[in-house]
Design a protein around this ligand. Structure first.
Ligand code: GAP
Length: 451
């Protein structure tokens, strides 16, 4: 029976499991770390690749109206002036006069904020000021105003500035979208909750262009598609919520925004955003660059600047939602265990293959042969089929459970007796073992893995 541990313990137990098993490490760990950065290890990157591949499949490969992009991270500084980021991409900052720690004013407890009291040392907090979150750098050998550039704080602008390139080369008809997956950087005042709020993260974004008359219909379509994607990655639907942003709290470019929130162990908070950005960005870039970013509707014989619906997904927040909801503690065969109940669609290792004993040549030869067959069938995008001979069979099962491998296949003496004999397939969640004939194994696993 599943027995969920208390919520703070989940984050501690989970992050230690993820480190121990090669999913996620502290950034620059051997130098004492760098706040707000995390490194994905071999299993973490496989999980992340699965999450990105499922997104690209749903939103790009399976549609006729979407154009993929991979724009540069460094962009002309005028992009960020026109988009409003240089002037307004800021969070309210307060600093304690005594301990010098800095806090995001809007994340302080209301009473402390009113009393201007430091949550760490009780000292006096200074006046609130706006802190711009963009990382500034200089491009080339000259360090002056003209060489200033920024690490992009969102991937979106890389698509707006390529709107005309896509129009001129692909000749799409409205409605159509541009989609991109890539890194974004924000100098967050207080990075927190593991990979939830970091200074370097990845986004999967769509800028979908429509005739303004149709914005609402498209917005509603993407509400459904966002939910469908959360199902693709195996998120429990009762933990995904919609939160309509009040008109007074909307970003400067948005006329309507829904935040998709998730029940993380540390509370219900933002997973994704869906915004109606109107024609704000295309108009702003048209004016600032002097390039016409309008669209000519051949049928209606009218020229206008399209409006934009933007679903924006955080990769790392998806990884965290997937991992926190998959983390499970239970008892199996009278022993306590902790494991990742990952959906097969995202599991880094789809199947593990073992010989029952590692010192019997006939067993290892058959297991290795089977490993190659299964690898051809099930290894994709960094997800693998693993061959393991370390420790006892019980230990191997335990390790595969911890890393979320849905099925383990054991080659034993019965398997090598004659052609077509069975292997034992063990199910991660129940521990149940089933005898499956070698000839039926690929189709059996394909069906179980949902392929
Ligand atoms: N282009 C719109 C945009 O960037 P946003 O709400 O600021 O909107 C979109 O960010 C998504 O990016 C968020 O819903 C979240 O998933 C992810 N995200 C934003 N800031 C993040 C951070 N500091 N760490 C990790 N993910 C972040």
């Amino acid at each position: 029976m599943s027995n969920k541990p208390t919520q703070p313990d989940v984050m501690e137990n989970l992050s230690s499991l993820l480190k121990r098993r090669g999913f996620i490490f502290q950034g620059s760990e051997i130098y004492g770390g760098l706040a707000g950065t995390w490194d994905y290890g071999p299993l973490g990157v496989a999980l992340k690749n699965n999450i990105k591949t499922l997104w690209w499949k749903r939103f790009v490969d399976d549609r006729d109206d979407m154009y993929g992009m991979d724009a540069a991270i460094l962009m002309n500084q005028n992009v960020w002036k026109a988009s409003g980021h240089v002037g307004g991409f800021a969070d309210p900052l307060v600093e304690c006069a005594k301990c010098k720690r800095r806090f995001r004013a809007d994340q302080l407890e209301a009473t402390l904020r009113d009393k201007k009291e430091c949550p760490e040392c009780g000292g006096k907090l200074g006046e609130e000021r706006q802190f711009n979150m963009m990382f500034q750098t200089n491009v080339g050998a000259t360090q002056d105003e003209s060489s200033v550039s920024y690490l992009r704080p969102e991937t979106a602008q890389g698509m707006f500035v390529n709107f005309k390139n896509v129009l001129d080369t692909m000749h799409p008809k409205l409605p159509f979208g541009m989609a991109q997956i890539g890194k974004a950087f924000r100098n967050e005042i207080s990075p927190r909750d593991f990979i939830f709020r970091t200074r370097e993260f990845e986004q999967m974004e769509i800028e979908y262009f429509v005739d303004p008359a149709n914005w609402e219909e498209t917005f509603n379509h993407f509400v459904k598609e966002v939910h469908a994607y959360t199902q693709d990655v195996g998120l429990p639907q009762d933990k995904v919520h919609e939160h309509e942003i009040a008109p007074g709290d909307l970003a400067h470019y948005s006329k309507r925004t829904i935040d998709f929130e998730f029940d993380y162990p540390f509370g219900k908070t933002e997973l994704y955003g869906l915004a109606y950005r109107t024609d704000f960005d295309l108009k702003a870039h048209s004016t600032a660059s002097g390039t016409d970013l309008s669209y000519y509707d051949e049928e209606k014989k009218v020229r206008f600047v399209p409006h934009c619906i933007e679903p924006s997904f955080g990769v790392d927040r998806t990884v965290l939602a997937v991992l926190t909801s998959a983390y499970t503690q239970d008892e199996l065969g009278g022993e306590k265990r902790e494991y990742l109940k990952l959906s097969p669609a995202v599991a880094p290792i789809k199947v593990a293959v073992f010989p029952l004993l590692k010192n019997k040549d006939a067993l290892t030869a058959k297991a290795k042969e089977l490993h190659q067959v299964l690898r051809k069938e099930f290894a994709k995008n960094g997800s693998t089929v693993e061959y393991d001979t370390t420790g006892s069979i019980g230990k191997r099962y335990r390790k595969q459970d911890e890393i979320g491998t849905p099925f383990c296949v054991t080659v034993d003496f019965a398997t090598i007796e004659k052609d077509g004999s069975p292997v034992t397939v063990r199910d991660r969640d129940t521990g149940a073992q089933e005898s499956v004939k070698l000839d039926d194994l690929v189709s059996y696993l394909a069906q179980k893995l949902g392929r």
